[in-house]
Design a protein around this ligand. Structure first.
Ligand code: PAF
Length: 275
């Protein structure tokens, strides 16, 4: 695997790379990232990844400074799964001057759910993803469903800006007890790690109740929030939404997704399940 710290260096090699499948990351790779990189091989001749911890998507009280940086281990994993080129810029390369132009997603999509609790998060994500797509110019780019709202916003951004890029979703990878893999799971203590799958189980319970015909979605959402609270969590939202745009479903709508975010100790976990 070749590692490229500069945009110019990357562009020089990618000119002859054929169809490019791209997997952007912030590093600290787990099996979810590896599955995306593996999947990427079916979408291009050359798999390109990026590793850049994007300051723009962290709030002032969030974990930008302490976000796990595991460059060597990440490179080994990428090389083993067949990534041909890694774009790994430092901040001066990516943001040589303060980023004065931003991609501002539709507030109806970006200020709800995650956006309500992480103001500015999707503006930061959309801006860096637009910049990465412009640097790499892939034909396909892969994003995990674990970050469901991120996937929707990127898909809509690519469509609205008419970028000739196929956005490919990757299934969430879970531990055997159901916990969705995430770079932030490493923050959990042993006791918290044992408790963490409760979020998945709460969402799964809702999914099964909807499949069994339960029409009162608000009751299901409130029940899951109460259960998490009773087990020591601080739930931020549990919400049943339409998969397409994450807006509130009307009665008898199908194609739903149940999403949740909650704090366990000081670790914020998110998860979702399609219904
Ligand atoms: O999902 C992530 O890891 C990040 O939000 C992304 C897409 C790499 C942008 O920084």
């Amino acid at each position: 695997m070749q590692i490229h710290p500069t945009i110019a260096g990357l562009r020089a090699v990618l000119a002859k790379a054929g169809r490019i499948a791209f997997v952007p990351t912030m590093g600290n790779l787990h099996e979810g990232h590896i599955a995306l990189m593996h999947q990427a091989q079916g979408h291009g001749d050359t798999v390109v990844s990026s590793l850049f911890v994007n300051r723009l998507q962290f709030g002032p009280k969030e974990d930008f400074d302490t976000y796990p940086r595991t460059f060597e281990a990440d490179c080994e994993k990428m090389a083993a799964v067949g990534v041909a080129h890694l774009f790994a810029p430092d901040e001066r390369e990516m943001y040589p001057m303060p980023q004065a132009y931003h991609v501002q997603p539709d507030p109806a999509q970006a200020d709800i759910l995650e956006g309500e609790f992480r103001p500015g998060f999707f503006r930061g994500v959309a801006t860096v993803v637009m910049k990465l797509l412009s640097i790499v110019q892939p034909q396909a780019a892969l994003f995990g469903k674990k970050d469901y709202q991120q996937l929707m916003i990127i898909r809509n951004m690519v469509r609205e800006f008419a970028l000739p890029i196929e956005i490919v979703p990757g299934e969430t990878v879970r531990a055997t007890d159901g916990l969705a893999l995430s770079s932030r799971n490493g923050y959990l203590s042993e006791t918290e790690r044992a408790e963490a799958p409760r979020l998945y189980r709460a969402l799964d319970h809702i999914r099964k109740d909807i499949q069994a015909g339960e029409p009162d979605l608000a009751r299901l959402e409130q029940g899951a929030m109460a259960e998490l609270r009773a087990s020591g969590w601080i739930p931020q939202y549990v919400a049943v939404r339409k998969q397409l745009d994450l807006q509130l479903p009307a009665a008898h709508d199908s194609g739903l997704v149940v999403l949740g975010a909650a704090l366990l100790g000081s670790t914020r976990l998110i998860d979702n399940l399609e219904v």
